[in-house]
Design a protein around this ligand. Structure first.
Ligand SMILES: Cc1ncc(COP(=O)(O)O)c(C=O)c1O
Length: 436
């Protein structure tokens, strides 16, 4: 074909004018699914709030929207983890690609680490390594998506589960957590929204955004309810062991013989290294049900098609998991506990805000906004936008976690910044309170 003829075909396909160098219509456009409303992802919401900061306020910005304490030196990770990474890099043994499910020593290390809290031993074959807990969540939602499938998510919850589900055409149905009952799952509301197309339910334990820790008894009831419904339990345990109240952390895998359980976790929170992107997806399938139903094969298929965590971080994982000393863990838990208590007590003095339960785990809590106390504040998003502008304090509006007229407040920052943040929050609420 002559070049002129080819040009004519191009021109016709793109509706180009003769002699014009531009087509009338480009053949591509961004996928609108990837342009969520700001409140659909926490990062989107934070970007929106930060764009409202007053650049001429010289005070430090207090970041109470993002559970990311690594910026504060008191939350530095343990030297043992840093040494493990350096050793793995220097060894030159981890410069190549890893298998897509992760290298065996790292999977074995995760199996051993998690088995310490289980009544049975996990095998490395139950463990799949991922780029943080986030990729584990993304993967399992993709695996579970089917033509008519639906998944049950908690309300309030963690927004990206809903976001990913929507992306993969997995219908989302919400069940309630009960603030007056330590944010337990409302099992009646769960059963009410389930049907024959329900594939799974999610719990987040310790809880984000509610700072609750489920009891053994309640988790057992969750497992029994899931079994009756014929669904699996997804348990996001990224905050595993970050507990400081009465209830100890009980992994959902303990109930894997009642109903199939898949746990999602990472070193992001307990080791305060979210940037290392090292997580896992673990199947607790003592009765072989997940295998029988093709879930294990699909997980492998998902991982074959995605990116594995950097091999040197996998190489460091056995040392990180087995050599970290108890005093590092207790130092971190004590810092978070002190901050949580200070936040909870501080909120008691803030007009228009109440916190229904004392935080017991994770890094953030939910506080209820009584909008009738304020003048000129429309809703929780309006509250947070004005707070950012006037006080340089960034707090997440409840709408981002599916709970209007509430706030999600991250307390895991250094204590003096937190206390400054609560002081500014109080000043803001007093200033905007209706005058008697
Ligand atoms: C409940 C919950 N799950 C998962 C994640 C993501 O964890 P990772 O950084 O390991 O991907 C977070 C991060 O804040 C979280 O709060």
């Amino acid at each position: 074909m002559q070049p002129q003829q080819l040009q004519l075909i191009f021109d016709e396909k793109r509706g180009m004018e003769n002699n014009s160098t531009m087509p009338k219509k480009w053949g591509f456009r961004g996928n609108s699914e990837f342009k969520p409303e700001p409140q659909t992802t926490i990062r989107g919401a934070i970007t929106l709030l930060e764009s409202n900061l007053n650049q001429s306020d010289n005070r430090p910005v207090i970041p109470m929207a993002h559970s990311e304490p690594s910026a504060f030196p008191c939350f530095n990770t343990t030297e043992i983890a840093a040494d493990a990474i350096a050793d793995a890099v220097r060894s030159t043994k981890f410069n190549g690609h890893s298998p897509t499910i992760g290298i065996l020593p790292a999977r074995r290390a995760v199996a051993e680490y998690l088995s310490q809290d289980l009544p049975y031993k996990l095998s490395p074959d139950d463990v799949f390594l991922t780029m943080g807990c986030k990729q584990a969540a993304q993967g399992i939602l993709q695996v579970l998506a089917g033509s008519k499938s639906n998944i049950l998510l908690p309300k309030p919850g963690f927004p990206y589960f809903g976001y990913f589900a929507q992306l993969y055409n997995l219908e989302v149905r919400y069940f309630d957590l009960l603030p007056e009952k330590d944010w337990e799952v409302d099992l009646d509301s769960l059963v009410a929204v389930a049907d024959e197309n329900t594939v799974a339910m999610l719990i987040i334990n310790p809880g984000n955004p509610c700072a609750n820790v489920f009891t053994y008894q309640h988790l057992k009831q969750v497992a029994e309810t899931a079994k009756k419904l014929g669904i699996l339990v997804l348990s996001d345990e990224v905050y595993g062991h970050l507990t400081f109240g009465e209830n100890p952390f009980v992994p959902m895998g303990v109930f894997g013989s009642i109903t199939p359980v898949i746990t999602l976790g990472s070193i992001s929170k307990r080791w305060i290294v979210p940037g290392w992107r090292m997580g896992w997806l673990v199947t607790h399938d003592t009765n072989g049900i997940l295998k029988e139903h093709g879930i294990i094969e699909s997980i492998k298929g998902f991982l074959d098609a995605s990116t594995e965590p950097p091999t040197f971080i996998q190489g460091a994982l056995p040392d990180i998991l087995s050599k970290t000393k108890e005093d590092f863990f207790s130092k971190i838990v004590n810092l978070i506990k002190e901050a949580a208590n200070s936040c909870y007590e501080g909120i008691k003095d803030v007009p228009g805000l109440t916190c229904p339960t004392k935080p017991e785990g994770s890094m953030c809590l939910m506080a209820k906004l009584d909008l009738s106390v304020f003048d000129g504040i429309k809703d929780d998003l309006d509250f947070c936008l004005k707070l950012a502008k006037e006080e340089s304090v960034v707090i997440l509006p409840g709408i981002c976690v599916g709970y209007e007229s509430w706030l999600r407040i991250t307390f895991a920052i250094d204590l003096s910044s937190l206390q400054d943040g609560i002081k500014r929050l109080k000043a803001f609420c007093e200033r905007h309170s209706k005058k008697a």
